[in-house]
Design a protein around this ligand. Structure first.
Ligand code: SAM
Length: 236
């Protein structure tokens, strides 16, 4: 059976590529996005009353996985990337239908422009949105729920994040007065260690890059230390 859905909105996110996006929402509280409603759904009436909620469920399409074949079993990074479990027992981004669901913080919105300002996202820039629903703590927050092989947030890694002076200066010049927030976001993302799971225990020094907001970030990993050595503006 096939069903057709309409995209009701688009995510404009700080994440311009998949590498570096947290594996779940809420893990990088400074990860910002704007959800822009599209015609004919961009009617301010549709948002009437939304200001009463602090969090939203966003249903979306993994648009960059559309052609990635799904497998009945996957290797969750949480299990070190080598143990297999069933695809329905994970939040693998590759699944039979590329439908995602994330709970995100609603930090503000412009009703007339039909744009919602979100934080704590795990969504790639350009992600199509299929639905928005308010998060209802009395039904959605189940304190004694069992969390399978992911019963709690990933251990806060002891990765030390260091900005070389030049990189911090480069960020200050392009962050539009939001240097502290940008530094906090970068700190949060690197402490989540975006490297593939198999690299975690290989302490060799490596250089990595990530396209965030309007800049490319480059850092060196040496053991548990991440040193940011270059931040370059990307022509939009
Ligand atoms: N919370 C959602 C869920 O459970 O349905 C997503 C979980 S999934 C593990 C999150 C990952 O999906 C991100 O780390 C990123 O790599 C990937 N991702 C985010 N937006 C995407 C998109 N539009 N297309 C493909 N992959 C995407």
């Amino acid at each position: 059976m096939h069903y057709q859905f309409e995209t009701i909105g688009t995510i404009h996110s700080c994440f311009k590529e998949k590498f570096g996006i947290p594996r779940q929402p809420g893990l990088a509280t400074e990860a910002e996005a704007t959800l822009e409603l599209l015609p004919p759904y961009n009617q301010p009436d549709t948002l009437q009353g939304l200001e009463g909620y602090s969090h939203l469920w966003i249903s979306f399409v993994f648009h960059q996985n559309i052609n990635t074949p799904w497998r009945p079993m996957v290797r969750p990074p949480r299990l070190g990337g080598n143990k297999k479990v069933g695809v329905f027992a994970t939040r693998s981004p590759v699944r039979p239908n590329p439908l995602g669901l994330s709970v995100v913080e609603l930090v503000g919105f412009d009703r007339s422009a039909c744009r919602l300002h979100l934080k704590g996202v795990d969504l790639l820039d350009g992600t199509p949105v299929l639905d928005i629903k308010p998060y209802l703590p009395y039904v959605d927050a189940i304190a004694d729920a069992k969390g399978g092989f992911a019963p709690h947030a990933p251990e806060q890694s002891e990765i030390e994040v260091i900005f070389e002076a030049l990189a911090q200066q480069q960020l200050a010049e392009i962050s539009g007065g939001k240097l502290p927030q940008m530094m906090r976001l970068i700190q949060q993302l690197l402490q989540l260690d975006p490297r593939p799971a198999y690299m975690n225990n290989k302490p060799q020094q490596r250089e990595f890059g990530m396209h965030l907001h309007n800049f490319n970030l480059r850092w060196r990993m040496e053991g548990k230390r991440a040193t940011i050595f270059e931040i370059k503006q990307v022509a939009v």
